[in-house]
Design a protein around this ligand. Structure first.
Ligand code: SAH
Length: 209
């Protein structure tokens, strides 16, 4: 139920649904997703579905995680990355395998503590977890080559655009009712945006708790 074979089957399904980036697929085959989910639900960890992680939040479905990380990478190695919305820490672990350095911020202290516990056994030395309101980005660690937002906002927070390095990419779900993934790239003259899949995310909220 939680074995390598189950993970390999999940990866085969992601491939079937159009995920092409081999580095992302390899990382998803390696990271044990079930350790991020409470025991009662762990048997469903490799289904292509979102699951509750407490505090009224959810871990995104594997396809959406794969799609976002694939878009963020654009087939290049990720350098200095910011994740907004650590949640249970699964996507942060994935990013840490693919990037030089990852900062992941979460506004709910209790969830961040849970993520710390979940991540401990993976010993990812290039991952830093920070209790902060991600709508303000993380100025002390900016600029970032990549920013990935795991909660939906009606519009892209200006602070995040400002903290993107030239040539950097950001993937963010945008919309208050209907939501879609938006891929933003910082060019020498400004920003470009490209709209990808329709999605359903929990809202990005300001403040800490
Ligand atoms: N990447 C996560 C998905 C978490 S769901 C995972 O793999 O589990 C989205 C998370 O974003 C929630 O934990 C929520 O508390 C957090 N969030 C929402 N608004 C935020 C903000 N302004 N700053 C930081 N985290 C935020």
């Amino acid at each position: 139920m939680t074995s390598q074979r189950t993970r390999d089957r999940m990866v085969a399904r992601l491939r079937g649904k159009g995920i092409r980036d081999e580095a992302v697929l390899a990382a998803m085959a390696a990271i044990p997703r079930h350790i991020f989910i409470e025991e009662a639900l762990a048997s469903r960890a490799y289904e292509d579905t979102a699951l509750p992680i407490g505090f009224e939040q959810t871990i995104s479905q594997p396809f959406v995680v794969a799609r976002m990380v694939e878009a963020l990478r654009g087939e290049a190695r990720l350098g200095h990355v910011l994740e907004i919305g650590t949640g249970c820490g699964y996507q942060a672990a994935l990013l840490a395998r693919l990037a030089t350095e990852v900062y992941s911020v979460e506004r709910i202290a209790g969830l961040l503590e849970k993520a710390r516990g979940n991540l401990r056994s993976l010993r990812l030395s290039n991952l830093r977890l920070v209790h902060a309101d991600g709508t303000r980005g993380l100025p002390e660690a900016a600029p970032f080559d990549g920013i990935i937002v795991a909660a939906a906002a009606p519009g892209v927070p200006g602070a995040l655009l400002q903290q993107l390095a030239p040539g950097g990419r950001m993937i963010v779900p945008v919309g208050s009712g209907d939501q879609a993934l938006c891929l933003i790239e910082r060019t020498p003259s400004g920003f470009t945006e490209k709209w990808l899949d329709a999605v359903r995310f929990v809202p990005l909220r300001g403040g800490k708790q």
